[in-house]
Design a protein. Structure first.
Lengths: 85, 188
């Protein structure tokens, strides 16, 4: 039974990554916490991963508002190319 | 043919849709030149297949569906061209240590975290450069999921990948990003 609760570090960090997007299950959360008991490395990874999520959230807010447009010159070039075809 | 021409207002395509399509492409591929090429290719393909337009959807929806195909084609190209070799391994992949951290990739404590977390342009630059250092397909999926905050299903549909495939990519991207930020920001 307990064998099913064991994770490798690769699996544990994968669960941690999924949980950053709210995509982990309760059972996996439990397995992850059991894994932390014997693994300081993954515990540290998780702590830092949460920090990274915060940083990338801030970065995301500044990027998502940006509107990308083509210049008038680029549009003219494109119009000419389409006319030629 | 005259009928299709009536349905499509091709003379107005650039004015009406170029910006929308460019914006659509760039948030997915994050490269302005590539986004411009994809938009241009889409317009050409649209003209070429004008006879297939039946007026069941709007012009914009029809053009976006062509652009989506172009983006999938691009993703498949980078997926096959640049394979697993570029990905830095973080865990032993066989032997008795399989799944355990590789010694040189074990997370280290970060110094001066509070001081280093202040929102500034330098930090944004570093976050961006760490994403740029990822293999192209990892960067693309990570950006769509984390920066543009698309739903998992949407990304899978747009790139024609499975959700387990997506999570493996996100996992590998994040372990690599953690290490990159550790080396270049927190413990630099």
């Amino acid at each position: 039974m307990f064998k099913n609760l064991r994770l490798t570090c690769d699996e544990a960090t994968m669960i941690c990554d999924k949980s950053q997007y709210g995509a982990s299950t309760l059972l996996n959360g439990l397995k992850l916490n059991i894994h932390f008991i014997g693994c300081k490395k993954c515990f540290l990874y998780t702590k830092q991963n949460v920090k990274l999520t915060d940083l990338y959230k801030g970065y995301s807010h500044s990027c998502k508002g940006e509107k990308h447009t083509l210049s008038l010159e680029e549009k003219e070039v494109l119009k000419k190319l389409l006319l030629k075809s | 043919m005259a009928k299709e021409k009536d349905l499509l207002n091709t003379d107005k395509w650039i004015d009406n849709y170029a910006d929308y399509m460019y914006n659509y492409a760039i948030v997915r591929v994050n490269d302005s030149d590539l986004a411009k090429d994809l938009v241009q290719d889409t317009f050409f393909a649209g003209l070429k297949s004008a006879k297939n337009f039946q007026g069941k959807s709007t012009e914009r929806t029809w053009l976006i569906s062509i652009l989506k195909r172009k983006i999938i084609d691009y993703y498949r190209k980078i997926n096959s061209k640049k394979g697993q070799a570029e990905v830095r391994m973080n865990f032993y992949d066989d032997g008795e240590n399989e799944g355990n951290w590789l010694e040189e990739r074990v997370p280290q404590s970060w110094e001066n975290q509070s001081e280093k977390s202040v929102e500034n342009d330098e930090l944004k630059k570093q976050l961006s450069s760490c994403i740029d250092a990822l293999p192209e397909k990892y960067a693309m999926v990570f950006r769509m999921k984390t920066i543009q905050e698309f739903e998992t299903e949407e990304i899978c549909k747009e790139l024609d990948i499975t959700s387990s495939n997506l999570w493996v990519i996100i996992h590998r991207a994040r372990t690599q990003l953690r290490k990159c930020m550790e080396d270049n920001w927190f413990n630099n």
